[in-house]
Design a protein around this ligand. Structure first.
Ligand code: G16
Length: 562
């Protein structure tokens, strides 16, 4: 049947500005007439001449409104001359899987339907982001173009009679405006599982999980938090590695509202997992992922918590346990600015280049493409390597299992050994969610004034018997070493002469109000086994005094502490 596209008149919506990783808003906002259509059309317009005849990957974490959004994308893409869409079955693809597919199929990019770790369901969040040819999140230059287009859009192209189902795998070909338009629906996990099997030694990991004559099964508890990773966890941990579907995995059916939980793998929102591992000493390792599968949290026996910054440093120190790196070699390491500097010490010892970038995985892409960066991570529970251009939750757990299998040590012992070698960066992050935006902005302006004081360097602050002397105070900016692009205003940093750091920034991933993030990092060479919250108490007190957070926001306590 021949189908024809049409042009639909529309008017701009305010605020279609992508944040740290795509546009995230309440589902009800995306449901407004033409809201999603406008944004999708602007993404396609931003691709310019490359769009016609191109192939794009489409999929996401399956949250509420995904199916409607995919139908919109299909109809707009066909009308705009896209040749082919490759869609995950039932619209399901984790963010790392999209990145991998873009690279495997060598296509122009992918549209990812997710608000990541934000809650889902009709009352919560939806999101759309675009990943470019290298598989990574679009850089600021692209998302700025999209935003400018959203401010002046007057029409979008649409193929109203194009009905395409994406529940079964297979290829469908449509005639749109006299051209072939192809939709290929693929298995959501085949490509990703194949990639993981290339990177890791699966027989060895299976032996760890199943046990052998010398050691009992290593008991894991993998929690998909009702997000997209359930599909991949079933394939990889249960079918390939022999984990028990009853006792080693949980919440593995992706639900469009994530079962009304907040699918964010941290000590607050994954408390349920933490309690289970704490309450059952047979578990050797617990892990959780967020809604779209790019974040991870690792805990050891008795819920021993591994901070993401330490996780990155430990993996960096043990890359020789992973076949991929043995074969490919290791370039440099990188972390986002607020991430504790534990990995920097490993880089120095191994004589690797070390990069500090703004918050956002998109800032790692150029360095990876230029073969300067192999492994990177963020304090926001992101860890990954140059096997793709997104952070990768399942990859991180497989990396940890590879290290454990190789060293035959517990999670806690691996950490303790690491700290004894390198010293320890005590780190914590305080999140103040859904603050009034004006209050949060006023607090940030106050901090701007503090760092602008002529006598700020050398100033001392005291709390809990400790005194800190300011060495540097600035608003972080970054020059990309590859394309020389400059990114400014990435967070207020107050660095002290003993190496301690206090950082304040506003989150770029929320959908309403403002979330203030305060990061505290302090290094100890010898005292490595104390409680992080106790060790950091004086620094936190100084940080709260400098920012006057309570006075500006009225908040006594953070919403989340990690
Ligand atoms: C996104 C980005 C990450 C970033 C995180 C935190 O994560 O992909 O690179 O670290 O946001 O952002 P913010 O502190 O601005 O909220 P995700 O998992 O939400 O896509």
């Amino acid at each position: 049947m021949s189908l024809f596209s049409t042009v639909v008149a529309t008017t701009p919506f305010e605020g279609q500005k992508p944040g740290t990783s795509g546009l995230r808003k309440k589902v009800k906002v995306f449901m407004e007439k033409n809201y999603t259509e406008n944004f999708v059309q602007c993404i396609l317009d931003a691709l310019g001449d490359k769009l016609k005849g191109s192939t794009l990957i489409v999929g996401g974490d399956g949250r509420y409104f995904s199916k409607q959004a995919i139908n919109i994308i299909i109809r707009i893409a066909a009308a705009n001359g896209v040749h082919k869409l490759i869609i995950g079955q039932r619209g399901i693809l984790s963010t790392p899987a999209v990145s991998s597919l873009i690279r495997t199929h060598k296509v122009l990019g992918g549209i990812v339907l997710t608000a990541s770790h934000n809650p889902g369901g009709i009352r919560n969040d939806f999101g759309i982001k675009f990943n470019i040819e290298n598989g990574g999140p679009a850089p600021d230059s692209f998302t700025d173009t999209v935003y400018e287009l959203t401010k002046k859009i007057t029409e979008y192209k649409f193929t109203p009679d194009l009905d395409c189902e994406f529940h079964q795998t297979g290829t469908q070909i449509f005639q749109v405006d006299g051209r072939n338009f192809v939709v290929e629906v693929i298995d959501s996990s085949d490509d990703y599982v194949a990639l993981m099997k290339e990177i890791f030694d699966f027989p060895k990991l299976r032996e760890l999980i199943r046990g052998n004559e010398k050691r009992p099964p290593f008991q894991v508890l993998i929690d998909s938090m009702n997000g997209v990773t359930g599909v991949y966890v079933t394939r990889i941990f249960v079918e390939e590695l022999g984990a028990s579907p009853d006792t080693n995995v949980r919440r593995i059916i992706p639900l469009d509202n994530f079962g009304e939980i907040h699918p964010d793998p941290n000590l607050t929102y994954a408390k349920d997992l933490v309690d289970k591992v704490k309450g059952d000493p047979t578990y050797d390792l617990g892990a959780a992922f967020d809604g779209d599968g790019d974040r991870n949290m690792i805990i050891g026996k008795n819920a021993f918590f591994v901070t993401p910054s330490d996780s990155l440093a430990v993996i960096a120190n043990n890359l020789d346990c992973i076949p991929y790196f043995k074969k490919k070699g290791v370039y440099g390491f990188a972390r986002s600015m607020p991430t504790a500097a534990a990995v920097d010490r490993v880089a120095a010892k191994l004589n690797k280049e070390m990069f500090e970038v703004p918050t956002g995985w998109k800032y790692f892409g150029n360095l990876m493409d230029a073969e300067r960066l192999s492994l990177c991570g963020e304090e926001s529970f992101g860890t990954g390597s140059d096997h793709i251009r997104e952070k990768d939750g399942i990859w991180a757990v497989l990396a940890w299992l590879s290290i454990i299998s190789h060293k035959n040590m517990s999670v806690e012992d691996i950490l303790t050994e690491h700290w004894k070698t390198y010293g320890r960066n005590y780190f914590t992050r305080y999140d103040y969610e859904e603050c009034d935006s004006n209050d949060a902005n006023d607090m940030m302006s106050h901090l701007e004034q503090i760092i602008a004081q002529p006598d700020i360097v050398g100033k001392t602050y005291s709390a809990g018997g400790k005194t800190y002397k300011v060495k540097v105070a600035d608003n972080f900016s970054y020059v990309d070493p590859i394309d020389k692009s400059v990114t400014k205003n990435q967070g207020i940093r107050i660095l002290f002469d003993d190496g301690s750091r206090i950082i304040y920034r506003l989150s770029g991933t929320g959908s309403s109000g403002a979330t203030i993030r305060a990061y505290f990092d302090s290094y100890e060479k010898d005292n490595v086994t104390s409680e992080a919250q106790v060790m950091l108490k004086p620094l936190i007190a100084v940080g709260l005094e400098i920012s006057q957070l309570k006075q500006f926001t009225g908040r006594d306590e953070p919403t989340v502490i990690t």
